[in-house]
Design a protein around this ligand. Sequence first.
Ligand SMILES: Nc1ncnc2c1ncn2[C@@H]1O[C@H](COP(=O)(O)OP(=O)(O)O)[C@@H](O)[C@H]1O
Ligand SMILES: [Mg+2]
Length: 356
Amino acid sequence: MTQTPYAPGSTIGILGGGQLGRMIALAAARLGYRCHIFTPETDSPAAQVSAACTVAAYDDRAALTAFAQAVDVVTLEFENVPVETLEFLAQTVPVRPGARALAVAQDRVTEKMFFNTFTETAPWRAVDSEADLVAAVAALGTPSILKTTRLGYDGKGQARIDAGTDLAEAWASIGRAPAILEGFVTFEREISVIVARAPDGTEEAYCPVQNEHRHHILDTTTAPAPIPDAVAEVAMDIARRAAADLDLVGLLAVEMFVTADGRVLVNEMAPRPHNSGHWTMDACYTDQFEQLVRAVCGLPLGSPQHRCGAVMRNLLGDDAHDWHTILSDPKARLHLYGKAEARPGRKMGHVIILSE
Ligand SMILES: Nc1ncnc2c1ncn2[C@@H]1O[C@H](COP(=O)(O)OP(=O)(O)O)[C@@H](O)[C@H]1O
Ligand SMILES: [Mg+2]
């Protein structure tokens, strides 16, 4: 793969049309790039702010071929793009991150095995049948969490198993799909680290942040996370190591649990910008979206250092209708994603409050 940078003026192809794609495109535009979105969705948040958009299915070979010919480099904002799509595009154009990072992130069992080569996760068992579930619960005890190995997000495809839980019902509730049972981690807090990695292997990690979820959806991120420096270093090292081992070019977000005795356990990863990194847009020298553009285009990475702390709150569903109240705090930084329909739980925007 060429080390020549894709200079400003080049076209970045983005797989996925959601808010992450929109914010990548905005950062890319600021650096003089054009973005071409590929998504099955019409009037997507990303297409609204991009130079071009192809609306087609991820397995539409003709549309993919035309897209690959129209762009200089491809990245993604959506984790569940089929690996075959990336492999097909990669025959024509560099795809960053590549198929391997995506394949690991898409399967919770593969992901756990990958992290367990160098660090700790919750104890887990693969579950492919009701009998497997019974055996796994016997081995790991309760409480524990049953998760589909693929296509889960925002707590979807998960069932909590307690002492009295009917296991046949739990197995049915997640659709009897290949799954993983994880021992429940009694964590003190949840944190995440985002690391950028350039084609030459250079890495820059953002400081760990603390994440609080409501109804399994990220509600608030506090940056930096209030944890001892030594714990922060361990967390950043895990993210750097993972990106290097995957030979990833782009961004890797790693979600982790911190226990009361200071242990760091990896929960899951995403090889793309992450909701817990939105605070960087207003608080860091280089935000996560610009950093991704720099990484995939082979530009020097920017400083991930924060100029101040920040609290980021997601605006879900109707929360976004409060834009007027939010803006009446003259220091609040409001980001809206241009989504027409405010369905309950849908990510409509976020607000960032900087600490002095
Ligand atoms: N093994 C676990 N122990 C305790 N809490 C967990 C565990 N796994 C997940 N959770 C909780 O559920 C949330 C969502 O689970 P996660 O695996 O991150 O799935 P998703 O893909 O939906 O983000 C986590 O952020 C955490 O709060
Ligand atoms: Mg998660």
